[in-house]
Design a protein around this ligand. Structure first.
Ligand code: ZN
Length: 250
């Protein structure tokens, strides 16, 4: 018996599926570079060890698989019972042995991929609700997971950088971030102009002052996601204001 084929036929879904599979492969490669003895060391995410990060990536696959199951069956399944339940799961998960964490990541990623593979065309437009309360079609689960695996592969701190992440992924990520900031008129922020390579991503913030931050696309995304030092003058150039941290976007 041969391997089953992906049921989706929409080219956009197939392209996103290919992209998330590449990201998953990168995360897997990154994790394989972490020796067991180094799981307790810090990741690039403040307050999280590599064990926390690995537990999170594994449980995130399970949470997204619940949304795909929801789309497949019509039976509502939230990603997490609550934000506290999510945090507890990660904290407790991080106490497992490296071998168990590797297996969690591996099996949850395979299970999620099988669920995507077996999701028929008509179910991809089924609406589901994310942990942030956004109501989205099931197609969005591909991008939600892609963001996680691409960024967290870098966060494992094994020598990968945002330069390893495809331009298309970085651009989409920056678009998400700008949209998120734009929705939050409460933030005490200037009006930003993010100039990534040749592309200007303007953000109509509430502030009157215009601040421009310019750099390569990976550098600007690094800053916008809190993964680069705002004052790193080799990477980022500022105009109209002092270097500053980007607001939270997730
Ligand atoms: Zn994450």
């Amino acid at each position: 018996m041969g391997a089953r084929q992906v049921l989706a036929t929409d080219p956009a879904v197939l392209a996103d599926l290919a992209q998330v599979r590449l990201g998953t492969a990168l995360f897997r490669r990154a994790l394989s570079r972490v020796p067991d003895a180094r799981f307790a060391e810090p990741s690039l995410l403040a307050g999280w060890s590599r064990a926390h990060l690995t537990a999170h990536v594994g449980y995130n696959a399970r949470a997204i698989a619940r949304l795909v199951a929801w789309a497949a069956t019509g039976v509502e399944r939230p990603m997490y019972a609550s934000p506290v339940a999510r945090a507890t799961e990660i904290a407790e998960g991080a106490t497992q042995r490296p071998e168990a964490l590797r297996s969690l990541c591996e099996h949850s990623a395979i299970d999620l991929d099988v669920r995507w593979r077996d999701l028929p065309d008509d179910a991809w437009s089924h609406r589901v609700v994310t942990a942030q309360g956004r109501n989205v079609p099931a197609t969005e689960t591909l991008w939600m997971r892609a963001r996680e695996v691409w960024l967290h592969a870098v966060d494992l701190d094994v020598g990968l950088s945002l330069h390893e992440v495809p331009t298309q992924v970085l651009q989409r990520l920056l678009g998400d971030i700008v949209t998120t900031w734009d929705r939050r008129a409460d933030l005490p922020m200037p009006r930003w102009a993010l100039v990534a390579g040749a592309v200007t991503v303007g953000w109509a913030g509430a502030g009157a002052q215009d601040v421009e931050v310019r750099g390569s696309l990976p550098a600007v995304v690094g800053w916008a996601t809190g993964r680069a030092q705002p004052g790193d003058s080799a990477l980022l150039h500022w105009r109209g204001g002092e270097p500053r941290r980007a607001p939270r976007w997730i």
